[in-house]
Ligand binder design. Sequence first.
Ligand code: KG4
Ligand code: ZN
Length: 382
Amino acid sequence: MPTAPVYILGIESSCDETAAAVVRSGEQVISNAVASQIATHLPYGGVVPELASREHLRAIVPIVRKALEDAGQNYRSVDALAVTKGPGLAGALLVGVSYAKALAFALDKPLIAVNHLEGHIHAVLLEERQRGNYEIEFPLMTLVVSGGHTHLYLAQPQAAGWTYENVGHTRDDAAGEAFDKVAKLLALGYPGGPIVDKLAKHGQAGAIRFPIAQIKHRQRGDKSPLPERPHFDFSYSGLKTAVLRYVETHGMSAAIERRRRALAEAGKTDPETVLAHCDRETLDLVAGFQRAVVDDLVAKTLAAAREYAIRTLFVSGGVAANSELRTTFEASAAQEGLPVHFPSRPLSTDNAAMIAAAAYPKFLARDFAPPDLSAEASLPLK
Ligand code: KG4
Ligand code: ZN
């Protein structure tokens, strides 16, 4: 017997995007509205938490209205609400959680709490189903690679929703954070990932090579118990320092300052303008940095995939939008006969469609949030 379609209104406010979306039965995006705060944080070269909360407060009501309107739905017609509970910035999460709780209470609709990382994983599943692919083979592993995370999860559907096992994570900076910090250091604008992605195409990655820290699972003197299963950890703070050292030892600081002033005077940060203010060495540096991150992400993920005999690989999160990461993953995974799936670019970065999609199995399992639901900045994914 075919089940009735379930319309879930998703709400996301964990970082610097206020987003709302309507998704049908976890498999069809009906609307997907995102209010980006890039312009607010641009002058600071990174997300300012207090400004993020203020912008979420400003944007949340109009963005939910837009998502409903775009979907041809209204507050009463959706079946349930879903909201990001964590992880993320505490004040930012609180805006979404408080609003969703109030709305669900007023409408007398169930509210579903979603882990942001689970959302990134379900973004891939949602789009695979949307294009008719229901044949995902297990075991499934996902690399969630964003501004806040570089995490490897084994993901498994169960009767009462999905469960996750973390088999690797960053020991320091996330990969997206490294992109953002290197772009800030070189005065290329914010966020760093998309601009580095575009500039790297104009540089020679082989001209400047950067080594990446290989993490030993156990340091000398470490008395902590060994994990039961092998871990594949990442580290990008050393790479960021290596770029800084390169800049200092190659006398690039004056050129960076000139670019900073020129871009501020022009009042533009589009890739063409930034490119026009980059010399060959800067482009080679950016390309070398990106190559180092991409090679490391791909090598460690595929090593983990071999260890856990993975049959399907998902790559999700903001950095999954990176063109070199996509082509390298596709080529390397194909050599091992491993299918790899990415979300479309709009569903790679933060959005609420992924939150509504991740909520669907919880809706079926009647796993609803308690009335005293609160945001959790360091919520783990289990
Ligand atoms: O998933 P997301 O929107 O927010 C977090 O949950 O963090 O990811 C944002 C991150 C930022 O660090 C941004 O620089 C990075 O994703 N990013 C990219 C690209 N597009 C966004 N990194 C590399 N290449 C890209 N094309
Ligand atoms: Zn994210």
